[in-house]
Design a binder for this molecule. Structure first.
Ligand code: ATP
Length: 357
């Protein structure tokens, strides 16, 4: 089932929780709603589910307005952060719950329910646990039961609100990879709320980045990570170096680096800022011209396929993080405490209207 979100606006009293939200999710896509606390992720999810009403705008499922459909009629499955399992019911009964409570005409026969629950148990890798109670399961296992329960009614849309938020980092990582595999098997259109950047980058086909109730950027994980379109997205996705400077007489100076300002901003006289990922910084033993910044090596971590360096710029005193391939690191033959020269690549300049420096 495809989902179209058209011009959604939501107000709580005088507070605007969502503004001008437009988004189309094709059938079978897994979309992450990512943003800081209070950015409107859960509110948007609840509006899609029909648990909350928007003040303006509409939600279409397969092109049909859902305004007249209640939560049951929308055929959505829901998984929350806190398992919300029935404590007094076994795993089997928890999963079968949605089937048991159907009106008698739509309720499957007992043997059919039995077969279906067994199939779901194997899908979520909990075979042999049908007769346990939720208190006899780990957090990760409980969340898999919650997912099996949501899937039992064969939803056309699966909505997940921080489903792994209450679990520890290792289990989270395992479960999100597993969720991705499960999604690739079932192809249920899914919307996944998270405030964890890595989780969204790992799991989603596309990421919607929300900030103050607006969509800040929408794109594949690669697009949003490699080409953020605002300082907020750079900052929020993290793992980035900030270079401060100014634009003056058609030139941009960022510490000791100087370069020509792009045409559309070359007449400005203002502060400027740029963001550069650690793998987009070149390191040389010798500085050449004004494109290189002298910096001293404070820290080297050479574990894994790449080498991480932390440096202190000698022009501004700011810290810079750099990621190099092992080959390049060996070639440079650099040691802790030595001076090197760094050069940021792919500089994108933002001016203070976009960002407060
Ligand atoms: P978190 O990651 O903390 O769950 P979120 O991005 O999911 O945050 P929402 O829960 O959608 O954010 O809330 C968005 C804003 O709307 C918040 O500032 C919140 O306080 C406010 N809000 C949400 N529900 C209500 C409500 N029923 N009444 C008043 N304000 C609300």
């Amino acid at each position: 089932m495809s989902i179209e979100i058209i011009n959604i606006h939501k107000q709580f009293g005088s507070f605007t929780a969502l503004k001008d939200i437009n988004l189309t999710i094709p059938t079978g896509e897994l979309v992450a709603l990512l943003g800081p606390s209070g950015s409107g992720k859960t509110t948007l999810l609840r509006i899609i589910a029909g648990l909350e009403l928007a003040d303006q705008g509409s939600i279409l499922f397969n092109g049909e307005d859902t305004a007249q459909r209640n939560v049951q009629q929308r055929q959505v499955g829901f998984v929350f952060q806190h398992y919300a399992l029935f404590r007094h019911m076994t795993v089997f009964d928890n999963i079968a719950f949605g089937l048991h409570v159907r009106p008698s005409k739509l309720r499957p026969a007992k043997t059919e329910i039995q077969a279906k629950v067994q199939k779901l148990l194997s899908l979520v890798k909990l075979e042999g646990m049908a007769h346990r109670y939720p208190t006899q399961l780990s957090g990760g296992q409980r969340q898999r039961v919650a997912l099996a329960r949501a899937l039992a009614v064969e939803p056309q849309v699966l909505l997940l609100d921080e489903p792994f938020g209450a679990l520890d980092a290792k289990v989270r990582k395992e479960l999100r990879r597993w969720l991705r595999q499960l999604h690739d098997e079932l192809h249920v259109t899914s919307v996944f709320v998270t405030h964890d950047q890595e989780e969204a980058l790992d799991v989603a086909d596309r990421i919607v980045i929300l900030n103050n109730g607006r969509i800040e950027q929408l794109g594949t994980p690669e697009e949003v990570y490699e080409h953020p379109n605002s300082p907020f997205v750079y900052d929020f996705l993290g793992n980035v170096n900030l270079f401060r400077g100014r634009i003056h007489r058609g030139r941009i100076s960022l510490g000791s680096i100087e370069l020509a300002a792009p045409d559309h901003i070359d007449t400005l006289d203002t502060q400027a800022v740029s963001f550069v990922r650690p793998y987009n910084i070149e390191v040389e033993r010798e500085g050449k011209g004004q494109e290189f910044i002298p910096a001293r090596i404070l820290y080297i971590r050479a574990v894994g396929p790449t080498v991480h360096l932390e440096l202190k710029r000698e022009d501004t005193g700011d810290f810079v993080e750099v990621e190099l391939s092992k080959e390049r690191f060996r070639e440079l033959n650099i040691k802790l405490g030595e001076q090197v020269f760094v050069k940021p690549k792919d500089l994108r300049i933002f001016i203070p209207e976009d960002y407060v420096i």
